[in-house]
Write a protein that binds this ligand. Structure first.
Ligand SMILES: [Zn+2]
Length: 134
């Protein structure tokens, strides 16, 4: 399975050439057929268990003719910027933290922690915050 376009910072800048025709996602571990069509390696292997025809051209495809794509394709894929996932404990969501005082939001919880950290850090509060991040 390729990489969802939404995983990239600028999905609109991903070239149409870099999409896998089988899964319609951005290529992951791309391989290239003699007709220069690109596919995710896993999906093309799975496809070839059932069929010996190229998924795009329907011409006979010899497994020996499948190659890793050239450096340009690999470089283009490498240059795509992936979104950095925000850990749940740092998200700006105002959902009340589970198993905590129901009226206390994440935001007010953090301010409580900050005020209790100075000047004497309270290890219990720190452990509580850490538990909420799990
Ligand atoms: Zn794919």
């Amino acid at each position: 399975m390729g990489i969802e376009a939404g995983e990239f910072v600028h999905p609109e800048r991903v070239s149409a050439e870099l999409y896998c025709p089988i899964c319609a996602c951005v290529l992951e571990n791309p391989v290239q057929t003699p007709t220069e069509h690109l596919f995710c390696e896993d999906e093309l292997l799975e496809w070839m268990i059932q069929s010996d025809a190229c998924p795009v051209t329907k011409n006979k495809l010899n497994p020996d003719d499948i190659r890793k794509p050239g450096r340009i394709i690999t470089n283009l894929l490498g240059e795509l910027e992936r979104c950095v996932r925000t850990p749940p404990c740092l998200s700006s969501s105002n959902t009340p933290a589970p198993n905590f005082h129901p009226t206390l939001t994440n935001r007010s919880l953090i301010s409580v922690v900050q005020s209790s950290w100075a000047p004497n850090p309270n290890p219990n509060t720190y452990i509580l915050i850490h538990a909420l991040c799990q």
